[in-house]
Design a protein around this ligand. Structure first.
Ligand code: UDX
Length: 471
């Protein structure tokens, strides 16, 4: 099919490239002419594994093109995917102005009937508003707009793989034609016709994705309900980690055992600095606002948010407890991105932690293999190093704020010998406490007090063994 994608951010670029890879004819547009110019010259403005090569291949095959003429993009596609940002307003409500602008643009420019697919994350009932706007601003007679919801479940760092190998495809529709078109659009993906790039966690899921056909409201709600559940799971694990520190238990052994119950599952129980990124924080806020507007008690969601916000305070307490005076101390920071395998620093805990350390007079040096350019634009008073060992050299403390695998493989014996004080505070429980203590470090993390360090490593902690080996 001929498909238009409006919005060339994380979601739009992966969606457009993935749909081209699936065999469709895709044209993408964005209201930032520089971004379109970059894309036309083959520059991909975000770091997302496999995106650049897949985008280049599909451009060469003329399955994927970019234009800054939004009208052209609207007229090209039989289906138009709306992939614009819905950032939080001051109130926490989702800012839907970009959706509104795009709806009015489509209504004005469309000369033939279209399927309008809401891919952006929006509160339930947005689709109803979208339908009204398209109708009210429709300029050409005889043009019919059919609206559908098709929420994305792309994780940054594995977004290309998540698009081509999803667990499930959700489509919210109100008519058979829309359902048929979306089945057609996703057929190559549903039939798993891809040899997908290797999954960053080692093995792509093998079973075919489930297709869920539902209403627009339910499809919109599934997205917020899913992301908010993930956020609650993380905050729950962080509360258990705090409990472990008080009673002398090991969070990784507790969550490993919990996860053996298939009703709980092992994923998203990693304690640490909590959830950042441009999705979970804003989706929880938007869901709280929707609940409040609907007169539903959102206390559970607010608690998840409150627990998450406290992670940074607790981490800074660990720094003060070990470092004592922060002023004039040299603090090394490993990791800036909100999570590994991305360059995205939106809502990253590292930003707030560094701001508070600078405010207390610390000298901060930082390294992140992908996110330094973005961070240096907003935190100019940090010294950025091109390699991690420099950050540790002479430092009074070394903080791990992002779980990059690269930090696990560092030569920690070498780091021990170059630090001013061998103090490591690990915000992502990335390293193995036993290995670090064996090397002579003062080592702190979340939920793994010294008295709870057992000798027998459980399977999921094998990485700890490799850290012990590499250290
Ligand atoms: C998330 C959802 O996973 C995805 O389905 C949705 O489409 C977009 O939002 P993303 O924000 O890219 O994806 O990253 P994710 O892997 O979910 O991590 C979100 C945050 O939670 C990160 O800051 C990560 O460090 C943190 N996290 C994740 C934990 O603190 N503990 C965990 O166990 C897992």
């Amino acid at each position: 099919m001929r498909i238009s994608v409006i919005g060339c951010g994380y979601v739009g670029l992966v969606t457009g490239t993935g749909l081209a890879e699936a065999g469709h004819q895709v044209i993408c547009t964005d209201n930032d002419p520089e971004r379109i110019a970059a894309l036309k010259s083959g520059v991909v403005p975000i770091y997302e594994p496999h995106l650049d090569t897949m985008l280049a291949e599909n451009r060469r095959a003329q399955k994927l093109s970019f234009t800054s003429d939004a009208g052209e993009a609207v007229r090209e596609g039989e289906a138009i995917f709306i992939c614009v940002g819905t950032p939080p307003l001051e109130t926490g409500e989702a800012d839907l102005s970009a959706i509104d602008n795009v709806a009015r643009l489509i209504a004005a420019e469309a000369c033939e009937s279209k399927l309008i697919v809401e891919k952006s994350t929006v509160p339930a009932q947005t689709g109803q508003q979208l339908k009204r706007t398209l109708e009210v601003y429709r300029r050409n007679a005889g043009v019919e707009f059919r609206v559908a919801s098709n929420p994305e479940f792309l994780r940054e760092g594995t977004a290309v793989e998540d698009f081509l190998h999803p667990d499930r495809v959700i489509i919210g529709v109100e008519d058979e034609t829309s359902e048929k078109q979306l089945r057609e659009i996703y057929r190559p993906i549903l039939e798993r016709r891809f040899h997908c790039p290797v999954h960053l966690s080692g093995c792509p899921s093998t079973q075919s994705p489930a297709l869920v056909v539902t209403t627009i409201n339910s499809a919109e709600l599934i997205k917020h309900a899913s992301n908010s559940f993930l956020a609650m799971k993380i905050s729950y694990a962080n509360m258990i980690a705090d409990m472990c520190e008080k009673v002398g238990a090991n969070i990784q052994e507790v969550t490993h055992a919990m996860g053996l119950d298939p009703r709980i599952g092992p994923r998203f129980l990693e304690a640490g600095l909590g959830f950042g990124g441009f999705c979970l924080p804003k989706d929880v806020q938007a869901f709280i606002q929707l609940a409040e507007r609907s007169g539903v008690d959102s206390g559970m969601l607010k608690e998840a948010e409150r627990v998450n916000r406290r992670r940074i305070d607790l981490f800074l307490e660990k720094i003060r407890q070990s470092l004592w005076v922060v002023k004039d101390k040299q603090v090394g920071v490993l990791g800036l991105a909100f999570k590994a395998n991305t360059d995205d620093i939106r809502f990253a805990p590292s930003l707030e932690i560094i701001r508070r350390l600078l405010a207390e007079g610390a000298q901060v040096r930082a390294y992140d293999q992908e996110a330094m350019d973005r961070t240096s634009a907003i935190l100019p008073h940090v010294r950025y190093s091109r390699e991690p060992y420099e950050v540790a050299d002479g430092a009074d403390a070394l903080l791990i704020l992002t779980e990059w695998q690269e930090f696990r493989q560092l030569d920690w014996a070498r780091i021990y010998s170059t630090m001013g004080r061998p103090l490591v505070i690990d915000g992502r429980n990335l390293l193995n406490p036993g290995a670090m203590l064996d090397l002579g470090f003062e080592y702190y993390s979340f939920g793994r007090p010294i008295e709870a360090l057992t000798q027998h490593l459980i399977p999921s902690l094998d990485s700890g063994a490799s850290a012990r080996a590499s250290a």
